[in-house]
Design a protein around this ligand. Sequence first.
Ligand code: ADP
Length: 765
Amino acid sequence: MTILPTYNMLLVPDADLYMRVKTYREVTGRVPTADERVTLIVSRESTDRAEFTSESFYPIGLYGTIKEVAADGHMVIRTSNRVDIESVGVTPDGRLDLIVSRREEIDDLGAEEAARRTEAAKEELRGFLSHQPWGGTARAYLETQNSLGELAAALSPWIESSNEERYAILAEDSCARRAELLEKFIYENLEMAKLSQEASSERQEDYQKIYRENAIKKQLEYLQKELDEMHPENVSDLRRLEIKIAESGMNETARKEAEKVLSRLRQEGDHGAETGMLYNYLDFLTSLSWKKEEARPIDLAHAEAVLEEDHFGLKKVKDRIIQQIAVMNLKNQQSGSILLFVGAPGTGKTSIGQSIARALGREYVRVSLGGVRDEAEIRGHRRTYIGAMPGRIMDAIAKSGVSNPVMVLDEVDKLSVSYNGDPASALLEVLDPEQNSTFTDHYMNVPYDLSDVLFICTANSADTIPEPLLNRMEVIQFQGYTPLEKLEIARKHLLPKAMQAVGLGDGALTVTDEALSAVISDYTREAGVRGLKKRMDTLCRTAAVQIVRGNDHLEVTPDKLREYLDMNPLRHRSVRENTVPGIVTGLAWTPVGGEILYIETMFTPGTGKVIVTGQLGDVMKESAQLAISLVKHMFPGSAAMFEKNDLHIHVPDGSTPKDGPSAGVTLTTAIASLVTGRAVPSTVAMTGEVSLRGGVNPIGGLPEKLMAAQRAGVERVFIPEDNADDLRDVPEEVRSALTIEPVKTVGDILSRCGVEPDDVVLKAV
Ligand code: ADP
C-alpha cells in the first residue's frame, strides 16, 4: 500500500480527493495506477518532504483507492475508512514506514437522516448558485455529490480554513457530530460568500452614485458656462471667482484653501463682516499666475545685443550676465546664481536688471527694500490681522502676471532689524533655492513656487548686508564712470531719451561735446549718472520752451549752460591751491563713490592731548593714534613738541561719515608734515592702511578712489604696493591722467615727498 501525505485538504470518509499525479510520483517514485490502494496521512504543516518525521502527522488518517488517473495531471482518490496511525518511521532512504489500524466510527446518524440533511444543504447551495452568473456548471456539479462529506470536500478548495479546523472534522468519531461540523463548514462559508457579495454590490452602488454625481456636476458646469456666455453681464462675482479658481491651475493646497474661503464667502453673504477680506484674498490668489512657464533657450547674440543697446560700457558686468544666461541655457533652467550688483547710485544697477529681463524676453518687476524693517513686509501679514496684505515679494509676482519674472530687489543693504522680526532672514527664504519652491507668504497661507524667478539684488555697499544673505549671492561691482564714459552715456543714451521724453524731434536740439563735458565736470559731482540724467532732462525742458516760442534750431554750448540749467556751477571739490605743512590730501571710499578728503593737523599750546574732530568712525580714530606713535618713533626729536602742545586732527566736510583704515598713510603723512614743517603738495594724494611699524597694507575700492582723484585734479597718487594688481580694473583714461606710485612703507611716501626724518623743525606754537 502506498502512503500519501496530504496538505490542507478536507479529508472525510466517502468523498473524492483530488491529488496531483506529480505528488504521487514524488512520494512513490512511480506512476499511479487505477484501483491501487493508498493510505492518506495528514501532515500538520507544509514542511518539505525531506524533513518529515513521525511528529509531522496527525494521528488519524484514511484509506483510499485510486479511482482514475486523468490526462490533465490529476488523479481522483476515493476515500473510505479512517485509520489510526500507530507509528510513522522514516527509512534511511527517506521513505515513510507506517503501521496503521482501522478506526471504527459511531454510526449515530442513520442513512435517512444523513440523506435529508445532505438534501437541505444542497438546496441552500442551489439557492446561492442560482444568483451567480457562473452558477450553471457549478449547480450541475453540485447534483453529483451524495453526502455532506462530498459536498464539503467539493467546496474545500475555495474555502480558507486552517489544518486544525479540517482535521477536527476527520477526527470526529460520531457520524452525527461530524455531520454537524460539516454543516457548520458549509453554511458558515456560504453566509460569508453571501455577505461579501452584498458588500461588493453595495460598493458598486456607491461607485455608481459617485459617477452619477460627477456626471451631473459636469453637466451643470457646462450649462452654467453656456448661460454665462449668453449673459456675461449677469455673472456674479462669486461665480467669476469660482471660474477663476477652476481655471487658475493652482496647486492642490491652494485650490483647497481657495474653495474653503469661497464657501465661507458664500455663507457670509454680501454684507458680512468678513466679506471684503475674503473677497480680497480670493481676488489676490486668482490674480497670481500658477502656470509653470517653459524654459526657452535664449539666443546669446540677441541677449548681448540688447545689453549693449541699453547700457554703455559695464563690460565686466555684461560678460557675467552672458555667462549666467549661457549656464541657464545649458541647464535648461530659468534661474541661476543670485547676482548682487554693488555700486554707487546711478551706475545702472537697477536699469541693467530691466535690460536682462528684455534680453531674456521675460517680465520685469522691481521691489524696493530700502527702509524695510518689518518681516511682514517681505512675507505678508497673517489674514487674521485687520488690513492684512501680502508681502512685497508675492505682490510683485502678482504684478508681473507670470511665475518666472526677473525680479530686482533694490537696496538689500538698507534692510534693518526691528522688534517686528528680521526681514533679512525672511529674504533668505525667498532666495534660498532649497526652500523657495514652497515659499509660503503668511497672507496667502499656501505655498507658491518661486524657483523660476530670476532674482537680482542691488546695494550701495556690501558691508551692511547680513553675512548669511551675502553668502547666497555673487557680488558684482559697479565702479562708477569716468568723465569720458559719462560723456558717451550722455550723448548716446541720456540726451536722446530726455529729448524723446519732452517731444523734441531729431535735430531740434544739439548739445556740443564741450557743453556735455562741462555739465559733467561743473554741474554734477557723482560716481554714477543720476545727476547727469537730471541735468539732461532740465536742459531739454528749457529747450522745449524755446522751441514752442518759435526758435527752431538750438545749439547748447558751454556758455549757455548757466541759462539752460538755471543753476550755478557746483563748487567743485578739487585740490586746494595753497599748500600748508600739516594738511594732506587723502582718498576715501563712500557708498556714493570715491571722494578726496583733506586731513588737517595743527598744534595748539597744551599738555599733549589729542583732539580729533570731523565725523570720524572708531577705526579712523584708532588710525590717528597709530599715526601719532609712528611719527614719534620716526622723528624722535619731535617728542617735546607733542608734550608741550595739543595735537588737533580734523577732517573737514564732516557731513559724510567716514570710517575705515585706509586713511592711515594720510594721517601719518599729515602729522609728519606738521612736525617737519615740510608741506606736501595738495596735488599729491594717497591711500593705504598703515601698520605700527610703518608698513603700507592694501585697501579696497581703489578704482573709485582713483577716479575721484582724477576728477578732483590730483596729479600724483601713492597706493599700497599690494594693490598694484587692482590697477587692471581702473579705466585707462584715469590711469594715464595720474602718476600712480605703489609703495611698501610710509617712509617711502615721506621721502618721496621730501618729508625727511632728520629734518625736524620745532615750530612750537
Ligand atoms: P542705480 O540702480 O545704480 O542707482 P539706475 O539703474 O537707476 O542706477 O540708473 C540711473 C539712470 O542712469 C538710468 O536712467 C539708466 O538708464 C542710466 N544709466 C546708468 N548707467 C548707464 C549706462 N552705462 N549706459 C546708459 N545709461 C545708463
